[in-house]
Design a protein around this ligand. Structure first.
Ligand code: DGL
Length: 227
């Protein structure tokens, strides 16, 4: 089986590695849209059009499963692809499994750090509320992080300055923080350090949508391919 991952940029590597840890026997390839990245500031129509072009290309290259590793592409295009553009094809994203993990973890107040486009879509809140509408979901857009991480900058001083701004917008009573962009696991340590500096305590539980998707992929495959 060939699983093809798509991300706007380098963060897709983080997601694919999470899948490789869980499913080392599956052949996986990553494709990125370096030419048009970042997607995080783009409009709904642009993100859909760019992602559709890539998914079509990947299907033409015999992908058995296409995974939209990009959170921004997932929230804007996944449902539309599954129901209208590519029905019958195997296309997955990274947004449903983390919402299931939030409900399974009995969290009541969560915060999501994500790209501007992801926050604008309000889809993260919707995903959780389909499962449990009593969970409080607040979202903060962090537009400056991705371009820095792409340049290999993951800590002091540039990342720290931005994180101080974004993380100070959260309230202390949150129980989990969702890393709502594929790049953010790469700055997990900096998030922990700045959280400690701001609030003098460890971060709340960090939820990584890529990891949660990788964990649940086995049961999805079992339903689709092994019956
Ligand atoms: N990979 C995208 C995501 O997970 C972020 C990068 C971008 O802005 O293109 O949301």
């Amino acid at each position: 089986m060939l699983v093809w991952f798509f991300d706007s940029w380098l963060g897709g590597q983080v997601v694919m590695e999470a899948f490789r840890r869980e499913h080392p026997d599956i052949e996986m390839i990553l494709e990125m849209d370096r030419e048009n990245a970042p997607y995080g500031h783009r409009s709904w129509d642009e993100i859909r059009a760019l992602t559709e072009r890539w998914v079509t290309r990947l299907h033409n290259r015999w992908a058995d499963v296409v995974i939209l590793a990009c959170n921004t592409a997932s929230v804007h295009a996944l449902r539309w692809f599954q129901t209208e553009i590519f029905p019958g094809r195997h296309i997955l994203g990274v947004t449903v499994p983390w919402a299931e993990a939030v409900v399974a973890g009995w969290y009541h107040r969560i915060w999501v750090l994500a790209t501007d486009a992801t926050v604008r879509s309000r889809m993260y809140k919707e995903r959780v509320h389909i499962l449990d509408d009593s969970i409080i979901v607040e979202e903060i857009a962090a537009p400056g992080l991705v371009p820095l991480i792409e340049q290999g900058i993951t800590e002091w001083p540039e990342i720290d300055i931005l994180l101080r701004d974004y993380l100070s917008q959260f309230s202390l009573d949150i129980e989990a923080l969702v890393l709502g962009c594929t790049h953010y696991p790469l700055i997990r340590d900096s998030i922990g350090r700045i959280w400690m500096e701001l609030y003098n305590q460890k971060t709340p539980d960090l939820i990584d949508p890529g990891e949660e998707s990788a964990k649940r992929f086995g049961s999805w495959m079992g339903r689709k391919f092994l019956q």
